[in-house]
Design a protein around this ligand. Sequence first.
Ligand code: NCD
Ligand code: ZN
Length: 344
Amino acid sequence: MDKISIIKPDDWHVHLRDKDALKTTVPAAMRCFERCIIMPNLLPPVTSADSIKKYRDSILSYKPSDSTWTPLMVMYLTDQTSKKCIKAAYDQGLIFGCKYYPAGATTNSATGVSNPNRLNGVFGVMQELGIILQIHGEVTESSVDIFDREKVFIDRHLTKIKHNFPELKIVLEHVTTKQGVDFVRDSDGYIAATITPQHLLFNRNDMLAGGIRPHLFCLPILKRDLHQNALIKAATSGEKKFFLGTDSAPHARENKENICGCAGCFSHHAAIELYAEAFERAGALHQLEQFASVNGAEFYGLEKNSELISLLRDPWQVPNQIDYRNSSLVPLAAGTTLNWRLEI
Ligand code: NCD
Ligand code: ZN
């Protein structure tokens, strides 16, 4: 049986939700990751030092005491976020970034940022303190085609933010287009991007050709194969600017198989195995460690993990569903066979 061992990975973008969802999401996050950047798009969102502390404590109450798994918290930016509020959270060592959701761009983003110009003071403080800005890079205007929203965001907003705050560390979260990859690659070392397993393994044909598959619907939406190929190339290149961020985002089955289904794919049941699948298809398993376990830690200024994990070539079938809240969810790649299995 083939076996590969890599430094234990981290997930630089995940949604754990709150309350009873944590019963499913915390153990799943601990399965193969040592540290996880926890997205703050709860209802109401996590916008202050106090709410970050509360949320972190409730996550930690689901962690066994002998585990070293660590949630890294993030503050949700709104039009009202003040410099003082950011400094307070930073001074208490509570935040590993601030998340910029354009208002209305995605799940629970209604109270996000409606005009980035209003945040110039906040971006200035973040630049000064070295706090990372995590961006959901899509415009929200209904006149802009959903497949173009990332590119338009880069042209209209990201270029400007980068120009005005040249030393602000930015992560273009879940990059999905060739334009996004090129922008990050051609820019300086202050910008990086996370890449999800769904955008490496699937394109919009998988979601739409021959019938709509709502469990592949996420935001930013899956693009055409040209973009998928650019992402595969970036992830498997070993370049320091690209690293793992699953964007694992659980939604109960009935909220996705719905007349107006939610966006988000749950991938923490098999996160590293899904990436291994994509890397093996690209003939680049030897680059998995760099992408999953090295580049992100370096960008965040943290040490690499000291433990290793191992993957065995031992095909297994992904379950069709997983218990979630009072219901169930359909995980990414449900019912399909994955070639690699995490050695427990
Ligand atoms: C995420 C969610 O459900 O919270 N959904 C998604 O499609 N990715 C939010 C996000 O990251 O956009
Ligand atoms: Zn996300």
